[in-house]
Design a protein around this ligand. Structure first.
Ligand code: GLC
Length: 438
């Protein structure tokens, strides 16, 4: 039985809440904190077993003199990103926002101000929706237990330490309350993460989500508080979208009734979330194709940048984002508001679809004509998005239907004439063709 609330199922409510999100398709993830100074990723304290005392100099000297979120927002906008999620607090417990409940915050570093406030203002001014990442894990709070993922786990004097879990929960809930009450309308709360026994009600997750929604009725919540979004009637805290990390699902994501579930893959541009001085980057082609892959399966891409200790988005990241943005300027109509086509994945690329308009994303140059399997009679006009030029749709060039490798309902596409020869793809990232029936 599907639970009805005010005549609308929970599933329908979630579909309604996530409508903008499913249209937006592309967002910016920002991992930024005092770990930008060691420049070895945001897990550095854990990976190198750095004590609080030895981590303190990063706090004392955090002075991002170049921090200009208007510039970040400009970069995101130019890249075609429609929302942004920033680490208000990461696992190290350091807060970019001015929390009343801790001294471990940007206002007490040489930065001397609430860095989240400026972020929110700058991104909103560009029409970009804003979200907060908030770490459930906290390596700084004295009442956070010395569990496995704590940098001090296994150290005898830490393992003996007493802690008061309820105190930590109060702190965590209060901080989240600050985030959802002090910064105007917030579009996404992105909690991270649950593990082992630390799941769901261990975080008092129902209470937490109820509080968040009380202040922000339309807000989206990620799925890392625990619970199972795929159940017919998921827990209140199970979330609004699935969040695969560093992977693109192999097909659309559905619940146990087969209904589509919103999802968002979060992906790094290089090999860490937080700033790394030395890192290997993906290419703009990789990113564009990853975005298309997501949309073709009804998902979003949340692409990460890790600004450095001065507050700059790394040049390598900026360059990739610029190329992605240039591609989206021409091809955005095949991404925003689009989702899967009800067609098998073609061997030369992917399809996306919005309403009756189908988009063929050609990644691999074909020998001669391209198969548009099962599409005969369904589309009869094709235009390349890159320049509005026509493609040729029709039969297999050599009297085809009799041949065993051509099915009756196969349509064939050629990028030029003569139709049987190989025409080079106009866009090395992804050449998109708009296909319609006139
Ligand atoms: C993981 C990591 C974290 C990163 C996040 C992004 O949970 O612990 O460092 O922020 O994933 O998805």
């Amino acid at each position: 039985m599907v639970l009805q609330l005010f005549g609308q199922s929970m599933y329908d409510q979630r579909q309604e809440r996530t409508e903008w999100f499913r249209d937006a398709r592309f967002g910016m993830f920002i991992h930024w904190g005092i770990y930008a100074i060691p420049a070895r990723g945001e897990w550095v304290r854990n990976q190198e077993r750095i004590s609080l005392e030895d981590y303190q100099p990063y706090f004392d000297s955090f002075n991002p003199v170049d921090y200009n979120p208007k510039e970040w927002a400009r970069i995101a906008k130019e890249a075609g990103m429609k929302y942004a999620v920033i680490t208000a607090k990461h696992h190290d417990g350091f807060c970019l926002f001015d929390s009343r409940y801790t001294d471990y915050k940007a206002t007490n570093t040489p930065a001397g101000r609430d860095l989240i406030r400026e972020f929110v203002d700058a991104f909103r001014a560009q029409g970009i929706k804003v979200g907060f990442y908030y770490s459930l894990i906290d390596w700084h709070h004295p009442d956070y237990p010395n569990v496995g993922n704590h940098p001090m786990a296994g150290q005898p004097e830490w393992d003996k330490k007493k802690y008061n879990w309820d105190n930590y929960l109060k702190y965590m809930h209060k901080q989240v309350e600050e985030l959802v009450t002090n910064y105007g309308k917030i579009d996404i709360m992105w909690f991270d993460y649950s593990f082992e026994a630390y799941q769901g009600e261990k975080w008092k997750a129902s209470e937490l989500v109820q509080m968040v929604r009380k202040y922000q009725p339309g807000i989206l919540v990620d799925n890392r508080l625990g619970g199972n979004m795929e159940m017919e009637n998921p827990q209140l805290y199970a979330g609004d979208f699935e969040g695969p990390e560093q992977i693109i699902p192999s097909e659309t994501v559905v619940d146990e009734l087969g209904r589509p579930i919103p999802w968002e893959s979060c992906v790094t541009l290089n090999n860490a979330w937080g700033y790394e001085r030395y890192s290997t980057y993906k290419s703009s082609t990789d990113i564009i194709r990853t975005l298309v892959n997501c949309v073709s399966k009804n998902g979003n891409l949340l692409l990460n940048v890790g600004p450095d200790a001065l507050g700059n988005i790394p040049t390598a990241s900026k360059n990739i984002l610029q190329e992605v943005g240039a591609w989206l300027k021409t091809n955005g109509e095949s991404i925003y508001g689009c989702g899967p086509a009800n067609l098998a994945k073609p061997e030369w690329g992917w399809y996306t679809q919005r309403g009756d308009t189908l988009y063929a994303h050609i990644l691999e140059q074909s020998i001669g004509q391209y198969y548009l399997k099962t599409l005969k009679g369904n589309v009869n006009q094709g235009r390349m998005l890159i320049d509005g030029s026509e493609v040729h749709l029709g039969e297999f060039w050599n009297g085809g239907t009799a041949k065993p490798f051509v099915a009756k309902d196969d349509l064939f596409m050629s990028l030029g004439k003569p139709i049987q020869v190989t025409h080079p793809l106009p866009d090395k990232h992804d050449s998109v063709v708009r296909l319609i029936k006139k």
